[in-house]
Design a protein around this ligand. Structure first.
Ligand SMILES: [Mg+2]
Length: 367
């Protein structure tokens, strides 16, 4: 089969307001922005996206799309190397990695559609569906609102639930621990509690908070300190009983390698770590070190790939994304009995939704 990528890569920017202002330990936000990429070849269209900002769209339009034009959509490795090389002077991490990830996802979707197979078949599966964990529990929520989120996750069959701590950059540890105790009380023995500090604490404060978390039976302490500090994470990993985890800012396999030995579970995000190609690469690196992985956010995009890895624990069913993904795309796979299965149909099975138009901030313009 021959097909070449059309020159016109379509890029869209969509802003989805949150119902209320939200915050974790180190950031506040009132909306989530998705940047979509559509790539055409051989009469088919591949769709990818990332959660980022308008700068990502400019990188796709100005730097990546010209590299792709005329290439084979089957040679994703070739496209990937050429795009990375084109970004040398921009750097290949952060916003550029978001752009590379969205394009890689669109290319894999396109390839599977050209072959007329589900993407999950292309990757292969070791289980029919993958457990999700409920995630949200923002520091801005009232106890009643937190209780509602937790009830929702429990009724959906989640066996693990994650809340945010580290409020006001670690200034409110008393409230952090009160919320942990409150959430634990609601969960009882129905689900395990996980927490995410988003790098809010110093190493010493994280050790003291972590000791209390151990006392509460919390099983997962995500980014107790910034993930830029692997030695701080390693120190906490050695001191605490709960798992210490990080990885949502892994952009390249080098970043994943830097966290080996410092975490108990490596988090990977297809919308940041180089798309499906980067996910496979980093997952292999983790497997080679006996390290479990977990998918960070973007559940709809993770659905086709997460069932491929025996050492993958779960997918983060992040409330902001599970709320907006059905507005952005048609065909979003649903959580059933606490697990996520890949969508049916060719590719990842999703198309840009008509309803997305009203959230567009610059139109789904052509480059
Ligand atoms: Mg996190």
């Amino acid at each position: 089969m021959t097909a070449t990528i059309d020159e016109a890569v379509r890029v869209g920017v969509y802003r989805f307001p949150t119902p209320e202002p939200e915050a974790d330990g180190t950031l506040r936000w009132e909306a989530t922005t998705a940047v979509t990429v559509e790539i055409d070849a051989g009469g088919q269209t591949g769709l990818g996206w990332t959660y980022s900002g308008g700068a990502t769209a400019a990188i796709v339009r100005e730097v990546l799309a010209p590299v792709l034009a005329g290439r084979s959509p089957f040679d994703i490795g070739d496209c990937r190397i050429r795009m990375q090389r084109a970004c040398r002077n921009l750097g290949t991490a952060a916003v550029v990695a978001h752009a590379l990830s969205a394009v890689d996802i669109a290319l894999w979707d396109l390839k599977a559609r050209l072959l007329d197979v589900p993407l999950s078949r292309l990757f292969g599966a070791v289980r029919p569906a993958t457990p999700v964990y409920g995630s949200g529990g923002f520091t801005t929520l009232t106890d009643d609102e937190l209780g509602e989120q937790i009830d929702g996750w429990l009724s959906a069959g989640c066996r693990d639930v994650k809340i945010k701590i580290g409020e006001d950059r670690g200034e409110r540890t008393d409230r952090d621990l009160e919320r942990v105790s409150f959430a634990n009380g609601l969960l009882g023995d129905r689900a395990h509690l996980m927490v995410d500090a988003n790098g809010a604490y110093s190493t010493a404060l994280a050790r003291r908070v972590g000791t209390e978390l151990d006392r509460h039976g919390v099983i997962w302490f995500e980014e107790p300190v910034t993930s830029d500090d692997p030695s701080g994470l390693a120190l906490l990993r050695a001191a605490l009983r709960c798992d210490v985890t990080a990885g949502e800012y892994v952009y390249r396999h080098y970043d994943a390698a830097a966290l080996i030995g410092s975490v108990d579970c490596l988090q990977l995000d297809v919308t940041r770590c180089g798309g499906y190609s980067g996910f496979v690469e980093c997952a292999a690196l983790a497997a080679a070190h006996g390290l479990d992985i977990s998918a960070h956010c973007a559940p709809a995009l993770h659905a086709p790939i997460v069932s491929s890895f025996a050492h993958l624990r779960h997918v983060e069913w992040f409330i902001d994304h599970s709320r907006l993904e059905p507005l952005l795309a048609d065909g979003v796979p649903e959580v059933r009995d606490g697990a996520l299965a890949a969508g049916r149909g060719a590719g990842h099975g999703m198309r840009l939704a008509g309803s997305a138009g009203k959230y567009s901030v610059e139109g789904a313009g052509h480059r």
